[in-house]
Design a protein around this ligand. Structure first.
Ligand SMILES: O=C(O)CCC(=O)C(=O)O
Length: 274
């Protein structure tokens, strides 16, 4: 269902930029209390990782790169902020819909001195769903200077292409070939692209991007602070259960869902405009 923006959180210009470029930054969108709540949940999550958590720098001397996802039912602040308050309202505004679903949260913590670049990728081919209107809200819990800021290729470049996902640990492709999919363009080509937008951010800001927007993030090799982020992912009601030629990420089971089914499942709670 389409709607016009009437929110104090998202201006019509933000919506227009999101729809045009597949990426927009919203400044001062979240309260200090929300950031403090999420920071506490991240600490709890790091002490008590879920079954799908990763340590990408395990057994090395560099700073930790921890990620984990789909823990919202275990940590109150993830659940509260994913389903109520500013985040779902912002997601609905950007998707221009009155209702949708929460897909999952994804925590990504790079400690100081981590040598791992988050490779250029888009999220759609990792996911076991197909969705036209969707958004990830990348919520930094620390100041993010330009040197370590999230980067995105704007103008919806390559939106129609299906790419083979890359592993975050070593940037290698999931598979050499898959019907209907192609390898990501060379990282250097994308790095040199004139269409990169870089998003230095402060706690309270949100970088919103579409599941098909190509994005990457630098290592924190020469950075002294932490880089804690939680990405909250939302879909419009058009989203359906889907398959990929590899194990999806997150590796959610189908349970009763069949390919092409709407995500009518407690794991994907409904969100609505207030
Ligand atoms: O924060 C990062 O390093 C990457 C984030 C990302 O890929 C995502 O949220 O989809």
């Amino acid at each position: 269902m389409s709607k016009t923006s009437n929110s104090a959180l998202v201006s019509p210009e933000d919506v227009a930029k999101y729809q045009r470029d597949g990426v927009v930054i919203l400044h001062k969108a979240l309260s200090a209390q929300t950031i403090a709540d999420l920071a506490l949940a991240v600490e709890q999550n790091m002490k008590s990782p879920g079954p799908w958590a990763n340590e990408y720098a395990a057994n090395s001397k560099q700073g930790r790169f921890f990620d984990d996802y789909v823990n919202w039912s275990r940590f109150d602040a993830y659940k509260e902020h994913a389903l109520t308050g500013a985040l779902p309202q912002i997601a609905l505004e950007l998707m221009q819909t009155n209702s949708g679903r929460f897909f999952h949260e994804h925590v990504l913590v790079k400690e100081a001195g981590n040598n791992q670049v988050t490779p250029w990728h888009n999220d759609d081919p990792y996911y076991g769903i197909n969705s036209h209107d969707n958004v990830s809200l990348w919520v930094p819990l620390d100041p993010i200077p330009e040197s370590i800021a999230l980067r995105a290729i704007k103008s919806r470049r390559d939106f129609d292409k299906n790419f083979i996902p890359r592993k975050f640990v070593d940037q290698s492709p999931y598979v050499a070939d898959a019907r209907g999919y192609e390898q990501f363009p060379d990282a250097q080509l994308l790095d040199a692209s004139g269409e990169i937008e870089c998003f230095p951010a402060m706690p309270g800001d949100i970088v919103a991007f579409h599941f098909r927007t190509l994005h990457s993030a630098p290592a924190t090799t020469n950075y002294n602070g932490r880089r804690r982020v939680v990405s909250f992912r939302y879909v419009d009601n058009d989203a359906v259960w889907a398959s990929r030629p590899w194990k999806t990420s997150p590796p959610l089971d189908a349970n009763s869902l069949k390919i092409g089914d709407e995500l009518n499942d407690d794991r994907f709670p409904l969100i609505k405009t207030l």
